[in-house]
Design a protein around this ligand. Sequence first.
Ligand SMILES: [Mg+2]
Length: 217
Amino acid sequence: MATYRPDDVVLGHRPLIVSDVDEVVLEFLTPFKLFLESRQHRLLPRSFRLTGNIVDLQNGEAASEAAVKALLDAFYAAQEQWQRPAALVVNMLAELSAEADIVFLTAMPPRHAAVRRALLDALGLPYPLFASEEPKGPLVERLHGARELPVVFIDDILRNLHSVRDYAPSCLLINLMANAEFRALAPVPDMGIHTVADWADAARLIRAHFGRSTASR
Ligand SMILES: [Mg+2]
């Protein structure tokens, strides 16, 4: 069933893993670069942002903010033709789902959620999805509430990790970014945010967190 709002998710009495989708569960930058090339544009790894770094190959100029938005919209509409799972994610989440609830929290406009749901299902990633452009901290707080159970949040963008830290202070915060080229340009996370290279690393940290939380209860 398609689930697009946090209030629709029913959690078991067990740990919760909330994960971003783009660049964490699904590759985003690698296929978006290929998509841009197919539209006579190029993403240059000059800094850690899209706007200003997407160049129109016909005139060599940076695409405007409106043009970048339109390109992103077209990419999301056709995402099933372009996006693939990040390395190891399908197996790692299948294993973790034996001991934790998994929820996907995607910052994509909700109008693209049905296409994303179908793509995730086809790839063997059947976990509940909700799409919202609101800050992620309050959304995680609404999901997890006051439950005394371990909670984990995984995202490639520090702003989202900081938002969750503010609203769910007990949350294990993991910074995972699939694209190595842009990972090298990303700002360095501050204390309390764990950077991992891939999903095998993430799964090790998550299991250690679950073990610690069980021991301390
Ligand atoms: Mg992301």
